[in-house]
Design a protein. Structure first.
Length: 144
């Protein structure tokens, strides 16, 4: 299957929507979200809500970087940090099921984004962010 920029765009939007959905659950219903994930809840609610806002910030950054520069660095950095933290924590101490599932899910999302991004870039050389940067019109430097 030939992957196009449209496939990549839809993928980035889906990853961002996932983060917006997780953020919404944490922001609007932190007690329910934490209980659903396997914890006994959270006290105070502030920290669950703060995590929700953080998910909103990341999802927004994914979309801004991608639609402005066709970049995926913020997404890959955030997902990689999440994978290391979540899986490392899960291996270190007993934690609810949501930690392992989230770590694996973030890793899969990052891997798929990288693979799709590379295939789209290989199929469309010169269409990435580098193509928008124009070289100087003259190599001469003039100081007056």
């Amino acid at each position: 299957m030939r992957l196009t920029a449209t496939h990549e765009r839809v993928l980035i939007i889906l990853v961002a929507l996932h983060s917006f959905m997780v953020g919404s659950m944490l922001l609007l219903a932190p007690q329910w979200a934490l209980r659903f994930g396997g914890w006994n809840g959270i006290d105070p609610d502030f920290f669950g809500r703060q995590a929700g806002v953080f998910h909103f910030a990341l999802a927004t950054a994914y979309l801004l970087e991608y639609f402005r520069y066709r970049g995926i660095s913020v997404l890959l950095t955030a997902k990689s940090i999440a994978v290391v933290f979540l899986l490392g924590s899960w291996l270190a101490v007993p934690l609810p099921w949501a930690v392992l599932v989230s770590g694996v899910g973030d890793g899969i999302m990052a891997l798929v984004v990288v693979l799709v991004h590379r295939r789209v870039a290989a199929a469309n050389p010169g269409s990435g962010p580098q193509a928008r940067i124009s070289p100087p019109s003259s190599s001469k430097v003039s100081i007056t």
